[in-house]
Write a new protein. Structure first.
Length: 688
């Protein structure tokens, strides 16, 4: 029989990390033997009574627990023998057959009733199921420096708030609260290419492993290899994982020469390192040398930098301030009468709306002159513009560009596309894989299409439910190569969030005209997301601390597993200070400074959170002024467009949550996305 595919549960990965280094060679040897032959032999390997296909293999004083099938084997856990149990497992002498009760699954893996989550005003501390002793910590191999801190922990709350690294805490938590079979089944299966990769993980040279694909996902890795091809799917459906596996399938497709080059574009810089490490597991060293992982903006920067020297870049906030200053002194063209009419047309438009029109219509669609703008369709923009208004917007845009002393990414993308179309000396890629394609402007999409040698090498992954900026244009209108008709597949199963979070988030959406919003289905159960209504000013931090600590205890995670998502940086910075004042270590991270390793609760803007995921998420900062209301707009169309954006942005934020979600609605909140929430999907708390 051929070697089985090896997978592992995340909790088992942590147990392997705690395995004694001086006996690691024996563990790798035994796991290799297990992959080759997992069948029980009555002594070293045996099936457990009462278990659903669970087996155990003896490795000195440890036991490896696993399941297997014809083509796969899944490592469930690695438990150490104590005097009478293996971290909750029955005794099993290495020299003799274990007693009969070794087969009792209730004794093997705790089969306690699932813990219920209920947000309570006051929570009594719970004692640990057993004391933390120096012997226990020594067996877990925790660093000596963390021992005094851990020995002082006598309750769950004290343990979860202990000032120790997350990887150390999870070793102790997994030992004190071993997961039941039911909880193990909720964990994803991660693919381990070889035992050597387990060694790398244990030695700290590998961040993690790729998810095992289900049958539908696996088909799409090899489906329609001659593109252009698109895979659609909601948050957590594994589009990005399919795209990673697609790289390997393309490099190994029939007829491949071994010289093909692949560009894999990610949405955010924060994901670059993880993406590269995951590709390291999938690909041979030679294949890996032919793959580049980069953001779309990095590609645009490279193309333009080969033609000219680049200046410093202008931040979005600086662009808005410069536009506001320009508008205060800008004089539209035309006769005195016509100039007044054009000025009046501009007065009804906000700075933010105008900047979006510049970035997503004028620069984003690569319009080259006023005549082209006057006739350009603008689907998805809530406010129609007549000829006079478009002329006024075009004039303001030209003045805005003329005064710019820094680089701006929208203009850089447009310039890069022009250089490619002119046949600039830039090496093309045989394959281009684009993740999160729904939020790329037409110029960006065209840039990715142009940098690919042919249409056959294009693969896009997208989710129109997460689209914040796209304006309902067709893919083919962005570039002739983007003809996906008959080459589009849909993923429906959400492996990130619980079905309760998935259902609540999907209920938030309204379909635009002609838009198909396909729902997804999660296999995981969890508590209802919490909606807190009517918060008085200055009380958000109290509710956040309460929820994060209680949900972290419920999930047996550190509070740093939580993220608080807010509309803007100023709100995030102020809220972070309030959380710290209440004893919850927290920090606001601007997008480009995001650090996923710091042991703090992360505060991020909702925009920055795109593409990320967290076990616990709180959405806060929705106070007046942070979201639009109809009276803020002279034009109803402007409000409708902004309300659509806010609704999609909130959906993106909610779908970052894996297991716990809280949404805070301040007193008098009229956020357009919260006006018609289906409360049957929420546990509602009143702050009054």
């Amino acid at each position: 029989m051929s070697r089985r595919q090896l997978t592992i549960k995340p909790s088992c990965m942590r147990e392997i990390a705690a395995f004694p280094n001086d006996r690691a060679a024996l563990l790798w040897e035994k796991i290799n033997q297990l992959v080759s032959d997992p069948l029980p032999n009555g002594k070293v390997k045996k099936k457990l009574k009462g278990a659903d296909g669970v087996y155990r293999m003896r490795v000195a004083e440890h036991r490896v627990f696993y399941r297997f099938g014809e083509e796969w084997i899944s490592l469930l856990g690695l438990k150490r023998r104590r005097e009478d149990t293996y971290d909750g497992l029955p005794a099993d002498s290495p020299d003799a057959l274990p007693p009969e009760d070794d087969d009792d699954l209730d004794a093997l893996l705790t089969r306690s009733e699932p813990r219920k989550f209920s947000l309570a005003p006051v929570v009594q501390e719970r004692p640990l199921p057993e004391p933390i002793t120096p012997e226990l910590l020594r067996a877990l191999g925790v660093p000596v420096a963390t021992v005094p801190v851990l020995l002082r922990c006598a309750t769950e709350e004290a343990l979860l708030q202990a000032a120790v690294p997350a990887e150390v805490l999870t070793r102790v938590v997994d030992r004190l609260f071993p997961p039941s079979i039911e909880r193990l089944d909720l964990q994803p299966d991660l693919v381990v290419p070889s035992t050597a990769d387990l060694v790398r993980y244990k030695e700290g040279d590998l961040l993690g492993f790729l998810l095992r694909l289900d049958e539908d996902q696996l088909k799409l890795t090899r489906w329609a290899l001659q593109g252009p091809t698109m895979v659609r799917g909601g948050a957590g459906t594994g589009k990005s994982t399919v795209a990673l596996y697609r790289v390997k399938a393309l490099l190994e497709r029939p007829g491949a020469t071994g010289r093909e080059r692949v560009l894999f574009t990610t949405y955010t810089r924060a994901l670059l390192t993880v993406t590269r490490q995951l590709l390291e597991q999938l690909l041979t060293p030679d294949q890996l040398r032919r793959v580049e992982v980069a953001t779309c903006d990095q590609i645009a920067w490279r193309v333009v930098s080969r033609a000219r020297a680049l200046r410093a870049f202008e931040a979005d906030g600086a662009s808005l301030r410069r536009l506001a200053d320009l508008r205060a002194r800008h004089q539209p063209g035309g006769s005195a009468f016509e100039s007044r009419l054009r000025a009046r047309a501009l007065d009804r438009l906000t700075d933010g709306w105008l900047l979006e029109e510049f970035d997503w219509i004028l620069d984003g669609r690569g319009l080259s002159g006023l005549d082209e703008y006057l006739t350009a369709p603008r689907p998805g923009r809530g406010l129609p513009l007549n000829e006079r208004a478009r002329t006024a917007v075009w004039e303001l845009h030209q003045a805005f560009l003329a005064e710019c002393k820094h680089e701006r990414y929208p203009a850089l993308r447009r310039e890069a596309l022009g250089l490619l179309r002119e046949g600039g000396a830039v090496e093309r890629f045989d394959y281009v894989i684009v993740d999160e394609a729904q939020d790329l402007s037409p110029v960006f999409l065209a840039l990715m299409a142009e940098i690919c040698s042919s249409a056959e090498g294009l693969f896009f992954a997208a989710d129109n439910k997460q689209s914040l900026y796209s304006r309902n244009y067709s893919w083919s209108s962005a570039h002739p190569r983007l003809q996906f008709r008959g080459r589009t597949a849909l993923l429906r199963r959400n492996y990130r969030s619980t079905r309760e979070i998935d259902r609540a988030a999907f209920g938030l959406l309204h379909a635009d005209e002609g838009e198909d919003l396909a729902g997804s289905d999660s296999p995981y159960d969890g508590p209802l997301p919490v909606l807190v209504k009517g918060l008085a000013a200055g009380t958000q931090a109290t509710w956040i601390v309460r929820f994060v600590r209680q949900m972290a205890r419920h999930l047996h995670l550190k509070t740093s597993a939580a993220a608080v998502l807010v509309p803007g940086a100023a709100i995030g910075e102020a809220l972070a200070r309030e959380l710290v004042a209440q004893g919850l270590e927290a920090r606001f991270f601007p997008g480009r400074d995001l650090d996923l390793k710091q042991d703090v609760v992360r505060l991020l803007t909702l925009h920055t959170a795109k593409g990320l995921e967290f076990p616990i998420v709180v959405i806060a900062g929705l106070e007046t002024g942070a979201w639009p209301v109809p009276e803020d707009f002279d034009e109803p169309g402007l409000f409708d467009e902004r309300a659509r954006h806010e609704r999609r942005l909130l959906y993106v934020g909610m779908t970052r949550a894996m297991r716990g979600l809280m949404l805070l609605a301040p007193e008098g909140c009229r956020h357009p996305a919260l006006q018609d929430l289906d409360l049957t999907h929420w546990h509602v708390e009143s702050a009054q």
